[in-house]
Design a protein around this ligand. Structure first.
Ligand SMILES: C[S@@+](CC[C@H](N)C(=O)[O-])C[C@H]1O[C@@H](n2cnc3c(N)ncnc32)[C@H](O)[C@@H]1O
Length: 357
């Protein structure tokens, strides 16, 4: 019997509807993955396997971590299903747990996972619709509505959160972003004798940059509560202040994950301060931030960029991810005559270099 194209399109619709009835549960329990990963970090499963040095049985793991074997088994089963840890057979046991590349990240990226899944950071997400609905001008700040202060004042008043935030961003720089930048674009630091990292956090980024480019001196510029609690690094001078007042002088200025938190007017103010800080003819600004491109072929990267854009909605008054065209317009308005945008292979942000001449 011949199947008409109408019948085959009905069949496809029916199949999609059946699939949707399963897919919707992914969203019903969307929070569960993050909660189980947080649990695994708090239990220190990854660290135990790492220090054991070889696959661990359930009984070895549960006694090392002082956990209920049956509950730990269920946590591990959930994680193994997602490629976080794997099960293998050893000479001692038919089932032992070992690392996968993803489970190793539960150790290296633990500070960022714990930060983003902390009750403080999650609270504003619960009010997203209020911002979208009532805030035509986009002026409200969901973080402030949840905690009574904007995120930077909150960090200044809460030392534990300040540390959690700076360590979270620091590990992201160390594990993901800096290796990628140095791997593909180290040349952009050639001839730069001094670099100011504006909003540089606890100095992790700059410490890695000056180590990789030893001809460069680093100035780590951030709010006083951040630099006053940061460790010292060779070749890095910490300076406390606000980028809205001034930027310390250097051959080049570096911004990583900064400008996406601010609207165009605020960015122009910061960038103009920056222009005054760098030499008129030879100075440059290096921005490491997201460039939004909905045609991005890597669906996972696009998904993260779209998520970051919503994250900015939950955390800042007018933060947003910008397209390449929007970055170029912004830099032009701030007085830069040209810019070069370079994607960094395999990671979320791009490099945007801006020049005055
Ligand atoms: C998202 S974090 C980025 C940290 C770092 N660049 C990184 O990527 O690891 C933003 C940083 O901007 C800093 N910041 C916020 N307002 C600032 C201001 N007015 N002046 C200087 N730094 C500021 C915060 O303290 C924080 O360290």
């Amino acid at each position: 019997m011949e199947i008409t194209s109408k019948e085959s399109s009905w069949k496809k619709e029916e199949e999609e509807e059946e699939e949707a009835k399963i897919q919707i549960y992914k969203y019903i329990f969307g929070f569960a993955e993050a909660a189980v990963i947080k649990c695994a970090i708090e239990l220190q499963i990854a660290d135990a396997i790492e220090s054991h040095g070889s696959p661990m049985t359930l009984s070895q793991l549960s006694s090392a971590l002082n956990c209920s074997p049956s509950l730990l088994f269920r946590i591990l089963r959930f994680l193994v299903h997602r490629g976080i840890f794997k099960q293998q057979t050893t000479t001692e046991s038919p089932i032992a747990y070992s690392h996968t590349p993803l489970s190793r990240m539960l150790t290296t990226m633990a500070p960022l996972l714990l930060l983003e899944n902390s009750p403080t950071m999650v609270a504003p997400w619960h009010n997203l619709s209020a911002k979208v609905k009532a805030d035509a001008a986009g002026h409200s700040n969901l973080f402030e509505a949840a905690h009574g202060k904007d995120i930077w004042s909150y960090a200044a008043a809460n030392p534990a959160f300040n540390t959690l935030f700076n360590e979270g961003l620091g590990c992201n720089a160390r594990v993901v972003t800096l290796p990628a930048i140095l791997g593909s674009c180290r040349d952009m630091f050639n001839g730069v004798g001094s670099l100011v990292d504006v909003g540089g956090g606890n100095g992790t980024t700059l410490s890695l940059l000056v180590k990789a480019c030893p001809w460069m001196k680093g100035i780590n510029f951030d709010l006083p509560n951040v630099v006053n609690t940061s460790q010292e690094y060779e070749g890095v001078q910490h300076v406390g202040g606000s980028m809205f007042d001034y930027v310390p002088k250097a051959d080049a200025a570096f911004f990583m994950w900064i400008l996406h938190a601010w609207d165009d007017e605020e960015c122009i103010k910061i960038l103009k301060n920056c222009k005054e800080a760098i030499p008129e003819n030879t100075g440059k600004v290096i921005i490491v931030d997201t460039v939004m491109d909905e045609k991005e072929e890597n669906k996972m990267l696009l998904d993260i960029r779209l998520t970051l854009d919503i994250m900015l909605m939950t955390r800042f008054r007018k933060g947003r991810e910008r397209t390449g065209e929007e970055w170029a317009n912004l830099l032009k308005k701030a007085g830069f005559s040209r810019c070069i945008i370079t994607p960094i292979v395999g990671v979320v942000p791009s490099i945007i270099q801006a020049f005055s001449s």
